[in-house]
Write a protein that binds this ligand. Structure first.
Ligand code: ADP
Ligand code: MG
Length: 408
């Protein structure tokens, strides 16, 4: 099955029609300042195409997790303001989602202009587990389009959610797949169906449990699985090492052990750090030392140190695997990159990836933010995915509700 494309919608004609677009404007904020506008930029092409074709565009998007209540901290306004700065079209913002402000603004929207609705997650029905509640909310959203409306899903970062603006609404309006979703899905297809070998997967970040399912699925597919970040310590523990006060998910140790032995049978190398940067405490001014992975508790400041980055030997080894790979998928920073003393592992891996000719995909919100904050450009990499959770779920082999809904 396939879905209708944005080009099909444009060919059908959108001038004067209301088009409801689910975009991903879920950007990190510092107060009301957008600290990484990658997702706003990624949303721009589809909105521009529609505006230039004369559509009355209504954007639905979420920001953070306001949990179904109006909370100014999660207002979409800063993201919409950034969109307005980058765009060639007019952007206005409604002060509610499907209330009087949204309805009036939608009804009076000019051809070629863009209206951004307030955070769709201000309404508890958006994420409700009760089908009828989501469906009713989807109907109210669809009604904003009046006669002859259409729906475009371009929010790759949200396609793994069975939410009203992502899933239910596709049953109510003629529905189309946005270019960003199409690109992301194609990239992931390349990774799952026919990766050029050697295929190296680099996993890091903070939680093993978030990423275990993807390891399960990748064991039979990747040639080398490089494990860094906080999740590496549960693997080190599974190998019998003492890890001081490093991140540990006790209940995942057995699963890690099982993966290590299954990897051997399947001919996939799991490579865990052989050295780590151990800090006395969590903080920018913490004393820290490089230690072998089996000597974490032998730091000069005592036995309760925290492993906050992969060590230089490990980083070089990871870089050499990346250099000889033809396909690389990377999700999750190698260390606490937000603190310069623990950013080197992530930097070394990012540099190797930027220098390589391999087809490379960087997935994950923090991973994307990490490579940008370390000074790399988006085009240093084959593809920076806008959706961490969505790309992981795809690689786990799960169906993405927002993608499937367009195929009905
Ligand atoms: P992504 O969003 O790219 O999927 P995650 O959310 O899984 O990545 O993890 C990112 C976080 O992991 C970062 O904030 C980083 O500081 C943290 N992290 C990485 N390595 C460690 C470590 N060794 N100990 C604690 N936290 C870590
Ligand atoms: Mg994250």
């Amino acid at each position: 099955m396939s879905s209708h494309t944005l080009d099909e919608l444009l060919a059908a004609g959108v001038s004067g029609r209301h088009v409801l677009v689910r975009s991903d404007l879920n950007v990190p904020l510092d107060g009301s300042t957008v600290t990484d506008d990658g997702r706003v930029r990624a949303s721009l092409p589809v909105l521009t195409k529609l505006a230039e074709a004369g559509a009355k565009v209504i954007v639905m998007a979420h920001l953070g997790r306001p949990k179904g209540t109006v909370d100014p901290k999660y207002s979409i306004a800063p993201a919409a303001a950034r969109l307005g700065e980058l765009a060639d079209f007019d952007v206005t913002v409604a002060s509610d989602v499907v209330g009087p402000s949204a309805r009036e603004a939608a009804a009076s929207l000019a051809d070629g202009a863009v209206l951004v609705l307030e955070n769709v997650r201000y309404d508890a029905r958006e994420t409700s587990k009760v089908d009828a509640e989501r469906e009713q909310f989807a109907r109210e959203l669809a009604e904003l389009t009046g006669e002859n409306g259409a729906y475009v899903n371009d929010a790759f970062g949200a396609v793994h959610r069975k939410h009203a603006s992502v899933y239910d609404i596709a049953a109510l309006l003629p529905s189309y797949q946005g270019d960003l979703v199409a690109t992301e899905v194609n990239v992931l297809k390349t990774l799952t169906e026919a990766p050029k070998r050697p295929y190296v997967v680099v996993l890091g970040g903070s939680k093993v449990s978030d990423k275990l399912a993807v390891i399960d699925n990748l064991l039979g597919k990747a040639d080398h699985l490089l494990i860094g970040g906080g999740m590496a310590f549960t693997f080190l523990k599974a190998q019998g090492y003492a890890i001081g006060g490093s991140l540990l998910e006790e209940d995942q140790i057995d699963t890690c052990t099982e993966y290590l032995s299954r990897a051997k049978e399947l001919g996939c190398d799991i490579i865990v750090p052989s050295d780590v940067v151990v800090a006395e405490k969590f903080g920018a001014d913490a004393a820290h030392e490089v230690l072998a992975a089996d000597k974490i508790e032998e730091a000069s400041f005592g036995s309760s140190g925290l492993g906050l980055d992969i060590g230089p030997k490990t980083a070089e080894l990871f870089a050499s695997y990346i250099t000889s790979a033809n396909t690389v998928f990377w999700n999750g920073p190698m260390g606490v990159f937000e603190i310069p003393a623990f950013a080197e592992g992530t930097r070394t891996v990012a540099r190797a990836l930027a220098d390589s000719e391999a087809f490379s995909v960087v997935g994950g919100g923090d991973s994307a933010a990490a490579v940008r904050s370390l000074g790399f450009a988006d085009d240093d990499f084959g593809h920076i995915s806008t959706g961490g959770g969505a790309s992981l779920e795809y690689l786990e082999g799960k169906t993405l509700p927002g993608v499937a809904a367009l195929e009905r």
